[in-house]
Structure formats: C-alpha cells, structure tokens
Design a binder for this molecule. Sequence first.
Ligand code: GLC
Length: 559
Amino acid sequence: MIRKSWHEKVAYQIYPKSFCDSNGDGVGDLRGVIRKLDYLKGLGVDIVWLSPIYCSPLADQGYDISDYYSIDPLFGTMEDMDELLAQAKRRDISIVMDLVVNHCSDEHEWFQKACADPDGRYGKFFYIRDWKEGDPLPCNWRSYFGGPCWEKLPGHEDKIYFHAFHKKQPDLNWENPDLREEVYKMVNWWLDKGLGGFRLDAIINIKKLLPFRDFPADREDGLCSIDLMLEQANGIGQFLGEMRDRTFAPHNAFTVGEVFNEKPEEIPDFIGDNGYFSSMFDFAETILNRSIKGWYDQAPVTAEQYKAACFQSQKKTAGIGFLSNLIENHDESRGVCRYIPEEDLSLTSKKMLAGLYFMLRGLPWIYQGQELGMENPVVQDVSQVNDISALDQYQVALDAGLSPAQALKSIQMHCRDNARTPFQWDDSPNAGFTDGTPWLPVNPNYKTLNLAAQLDDEDSVYNWYRQLIQLRKDPVWKETVVYGELIPYLAEQKNLMAYYRKGEKTLLVAGNFQRQPQTMALPAPAGEVLLNNLDSFRVEDGQLYLEGYQFVVFSLEEK
Ligand code: GLC
C-alpha cells in the first residue's frame, strides 16, 4: 500500500447550519466557521468536510442543490467561501465539500429546462419516462424517504421522473456522457479554486439497474428497498474511474466516499492504491440491526456486535487502503447514545467508545460536538421533528400498528435531528450558537454539557479527544498508530474489545465494554501506558484488571 500524506491526519465534519451563527439569523454560516478555525486547529484537526452550503431550497437540508457554483445566501457569499479557504490554508487545514451528484434539486436549471423540453438536451440529464394514469410504474423501488421513486414531471400529465431520495431530488442520468462532462467541469472548477477535495454523497446510487424493473415487494405498500437493485447494478467503476481520472487525480484531491452496499471484491478498486477514492466511510457499525420493516423494528447494538463489525471491516481492508472511521455523522444518532446502553452513559463510557474507534487503523473522523460527548435530544412531539426521513419512519411505524406514543419512541434513536442540534459552545442562551432563535432547538443539556465547561477540565471528553489526536501525531508512536497492523486480541472474550496495533512498536488497545469489571490476560508485560480513561492500572499474575468501561492503550515489552 502506497503511503499518502493524509493517512496521518485527523478529519472533522462540520454541519454548517448548526455549527456557529455569525449574524443572528438562527442558522450557522461560513463566517461562523471562519471564526472557529482556531478552535479546530487547537483540537488538532487537519481536514474539514463541510456539509452542503450550495444554493438550495433545503428540502433535504442542502442535499438538494439548485446551483453547484454558488453559495446559498443563508450560509454567506462566495467571498466568504474564498476567505474560509484562505484562512484554513494558513492554518494548514484542508477544506473538503460535499459532492452531491446522484441528484440535484428540482429547482436546478437543468431540471427546469428538462420540464420545459423533456426531449431536449436537459431531459436526457434525468430519468424521464412516459406514463399515464393506470399504468404500472417503471419499477416498484421505494424511495429512501418513503413512497415510490417516481413522480409526475411538472407540466406533463403523461411523464414521470425518477428520484431515489425526496421528490425534490431528481436523479441525474450518469449514463449520459453530456451530464458527466458537466459534473467534471464543476468538480474541476472547485478544485482549481483551492478546495482540498470532496465527500461523495450517495455515490453508490449513480449506477442504476437498467432497464428499470420490479423486485418482490418487502412491505405492504407493494414496494421494495432500493438495496435490491444496488446489489445487481454492475459497472459503477466505469463512471467512478472516469471521474477520478478527469478530476480528482490531476488535482491530487482527497476524496471520501459515502459507500454502502459495496461488494467485497471491489474494495481495492474503491480505496486501493489507485482507487476511485482516497478513502470511504466504514458504515458496518452504522447499519447493524437495520430492518427491512423500518426503524421501529431495529434492535439496539450490543458490544459484541460492535466489536465484530469493526474487526470485520478491518479485515476486509487490511493491506489495501484506509477506511474512514466514525461513530456518528449528520445522518446518524450521536454515537455515544447508539453504542452505549442508556443507563451506562457516562464520562468513562464516552471516552471508551472514543478510544476504541479512534485507535482503529484508518482515518479518524470527528463529527461536530462529538468531541464534547454531545447526546441525542429527547424527541418530545412529532410536530417538532424536522428530519424528513424521521417523519416518514413515524408514518411507517403507525402503518405497522404502533400507537402514536410508540411510533414517536421508535424514531428517537435514528431521527437525523439527533446530531443536527446546534453545537454547544457555552452555557449562555442557545449555547452560544446564535443570538437569534436557532433553526433547531438546542439540546437542553447544554447548560452543563458545553465546550467552555470542558476546555480547561483535564478530565473532559474534549481533552480526551485532544489526547487521542496527540498520540496519533506523536513522533514516537505515530508510525504504529497510523500504520500498525490491527490484530484482534481475545476476540472471543465477551464485552472485551481489544486489539494490537503492530508496527515499529507493539501497542495493545483494550476497552471493557460493560458496566462490570473484568480481567484481561496480558500477552506480554505491559510497558508504557499511553492512554487510560481511569486512574488505575492494576496487573496481578499477568492479568490486567479493567473497571467497567475502562479503556487503556499501552505498549508491550518486547520479549
Ligand atoms: C446522503 C446524505 C444525506 C442525504 C442523502 C441524499 O446520505 O448524507 O444527508 O439526505 O445523501 O443526498
């Protein structure tokens, strides 16, 4: 595996709408991000991914782009963006934007022109089919946000268009070389401007199984999950390889793919030495226990499942490339709420989870607020839910016979608002996020859980993340932490997640993923303890005694 300079880095995701509001309109913006660059530098961040800030009607919070070349006034101006790029560069931080090209907004000029002339140039940018009332749809795939993937083309009674996500997000037709050229032109325009790279949104969806066809229905609605077609849609590599060669490679850009449903044999093509992307997110833990029925049927993740998923991903990519490791993002629950049982949520368990994923081989990502141990807010009433996917899943739960109270409870864990509440800077009104009314209410726990309270507290989650980052960058340990081989240790021992990192030196990483203490046999005498989320480090007769949720990283004395 060829070594790349970004391998040593630490990456951070900003959800601009909820990060920092500089002008009091209740919405975070680019000037807010600029204001916090020193904070990010202080944390030790090198790469920052900004969720979409392009012009958008915000049907899906900016993942519905109406102009790829402009900044939405809600977030600022192109001058602000240029300043952000320059200021970040000065601090050696590279900025990565979202590349959302599986679909655009129905308010994008391309779609408007397609509606005006479906047989013209822009009609071919989308999947438009003839259809009349009473006809079956071209396929019975269910859109990710509910309902069929087909919608009437505005202005045409006899035509429909395809959308894998919201109806305001028409899918772009990647089979059309003309469309691909437009995408590459836009990508190069941004990279020429000095952008560091892209996070590739929903990229696996750009290849459809054509011609459209039905699959067996998996719910009462007669529709089926899009995953079924993704399993059979071959040939995405042609598009991705072309995009890499025409855009990312000549610019030496950093790219990270939002890749679900990848086929194991394709991993080298995706993130190998000359892969389509630099890296891709590891969603193996995120998708644990997903149910075809919906969120209401999704069981909590156990420690054993979490461990197995991490080790499996590591095994699949060992020697090939670097995964991007995460515990949360703007689409997910806060990791500490997802992977730690509610009754066990504590400073210690939060630090354990942080340590376990951060020390995996790959590029560690921190989602804004994760470094404070931010938690999911309680969903009080469905009228307060903003997330379109949670609203759909609420209905799915009701349709399955759950009571309104049960349905509300069922969306609590996966509601995308969970990670989208404003960043908790301090204990002033609205957590110091805005002087106005925040677009999404601040989690009421901000009075005690906020950055200001954690900055000078040595024991805080924030300072724990700083230690993790410092270890990754420590000249003595870096080689091992970044490149050391990951070998599971005592994988069969229940609720113990332990692994070696073997490189120049040998490290052992261990987390006791339960409330009860347990002991772990040491394979060799322990050397230097590099990280410990508690004070004690007790070894007796070759056994390390671990308190509940204790996490340690230590070197092993070479024999
Ligand atoms: C990705 C984004 C998500 C968005 C979807 C459609 O999964 O992360 O937020 O809704 O794509 O663009």
